[in-house]
Design a protein around this ligand. Sequence first.
Ligand SMILES: C[S@@+](CC[C@H](N)C(=O)[O-])C[C@H]1O[C@@H](n2cnc3c(N)ncnc32)[C@H](O)[C@@H]1O
Length: 199
Amino acid sequence: MSTSSYEKPDFWSQKAKKEGYPARSVYKLEEIDSKFRLFKPGLKVLDIGAAPGSWSLWVLKKLAGSGFLVAVDLQPLAISPPYGNFFFIQGDLYAEKVRAELLARGPYGLVLSDAAPATTGNRIVDQGASESIVEAVIAYGLETLAPGGALVAKIFQGGAERPLLDQLRKRFATAKAFKPQACRQESFETYLVATGFKP
Ligand SMILES: C[S@@+](CC[C@H](N)C(=O)[O-])C[C@H]1O[C@@H](n2cnc3c(N)ncnc32)[C@H](O)[C@@H]1O
């Protein structure tokens, strides 16, 4: 069976390098946006688990100086933001101080999370850690999203996607799991995408 160039392991990394993004993950967000149309000018966005910064850079280019982006990660970013409508907090999404800062800068029209735990190789442990992150991201969304807002959260497949989608469906008009083609073939990640927040 032939392998298309899109499936070659380094296709997306090389494209990201050529286009000035520090990580290939940017193309996952691009695909999610082309399917769900999440962005509009003037949007205020929260990017959780933002380092090294490909999603943040893409969001800033998409907003083109309008709206605002707040990003958070344990690690520093490796990007030079092209516009000033940006604030980065280096810290733990679970920390009370970080939580207070993120909430104080809301409400947001879009909460994004590509956050992933450091993997241990034990799939059950890794799924559990990913699920805890998604629960925390949903809690942020429920507290800080503006009416009609949207939420995107990466989760490791095989654990709690179904109950989390059911939970999201109670507070959003739609909630679906979506796996972009730019995810590595062998990866077991997917994205929960919820739109139309009902406060
Ligand atoms: C796959 S990377 C994100 C890539 C990013 N979206 C990009 O495009 O550059 C996952 C990130 O989640 C972050 N992360 C994991 N747990 C976190 C936590 N508790 N608080 C903040 N960030 C966390 C990691 O530090 C890591 O940088």
